[in-house]
Design a protein around this ligand. Sequence first.
Ligand code: NAD
Ligand code: UDP
Length: 321
Amino acid sequence: MKTTKRKRILVAGGAGFLGSHLSDRLLQEGYEVLCVDNFQTGTRDNILHLLDHPSFELLRHDVCLPLHVEVDEIYNFACPASPIHYQADPIQTTKTSVLGALNLLGLAKRLKCKIFQASTSEVYGDPHVHPQREEYWGNVNPVGYRSCYDEGKRCAETLFFDYHRVHHIPIKVARIFNTYGPRMHPNDGRVVSNFIVQALNNQPLTLYGNGSQTRSFCYVDDLIEVILRFMNTPPNITGPINIGNPTEYSVLDLAREVLRLTGSSSPIIFQPLPSDDPKQRRPDISKARLLFHWEPKVPLEQGLQSTIAYFSKSEVESRQC
Ligand code: NAD
Ligand code: UDP
């Protein structure tokens, strides 16, 4: 009798916000998941519900060090994503992006397996082209506070394409735009989690600058769906491809929407804009639409409601502990 082996998938950064949702989906689809994480920003809570799953395995490991495992596919999500966290130890952030990419690409080369890179809209920096298309090379400050992340991710993209050209590794590089949802770290300083946690605690919402800067917010389920579709495309589809929700909001509008949906009477307070904070950001997702027949489905209101419900439950549970 012929038995088909289930694919074993390595998710680096699997205990983080996006990595844990990806692990959920992969297990639902019948894959085995090897989650590799050093818990710099991820938590066991994010994967607690998976620890007893027979197809889930957890390995505490820093991707800056080489990794010897046997897997069929690799997803690289290992890297702190919030400005507060990636700027807390900027040298480590560059190391994670660059050495992490090198080590995982080396593993992909030995195993001759496909590898996905969670790149970022930050490769466009503070863009002069709007909306951002993949052909745009960006406007990135190489020596600022955000550079450890932006340049680290740019160098990782370079490594992915050089491994593809030189060693013929099948690669999938996605430039992810601001994504939100349950399991974001409540203290990681990103705007959606900050505003929701502040509104739920009746604290002032901290608006940086005058709030006219824009972002486009993608709900996590939409993002995981398109990542899986991308991973299952033929080898000639390498990216880089923008993925995210193209509906653009000012940060002030986001603050007002969070206040409306939480029913909070928190005031909005204005604080200085961090340096190199991009003024506007919206993905051109024409390529993703065409290649993956994909469209984000979850409107901001619905996604915020799910995220607010998650943070409300977390607040209640932490008070009970
Ligand atoms: P996150 O901080 O929740 O997850 C990152 C995970 O990587 C954490 O579990 C962390 O502990 C782990 N990690 C960090 N350094 C590591 C190392 N050296 N070795 C092993 N594990 C390490 O962030 P996230 O929002 O889930 O982002 C995941 C990935 O997606 C990141 O690479 C990020 O750059 C990318 N991304 C995210 C967004 C977004 O809006 N969430 C946007 C663009 C790109
Ligand atoms: N921001 C804000 N208040 C906060 C956190 C963030 O006004 O409490 C702003 C931030 O300056 C930026 C936008 O919201 O203009 C998105 O910030 P985030 O850190 O979520 O993501 P990124 O800047 O990396 O897109």
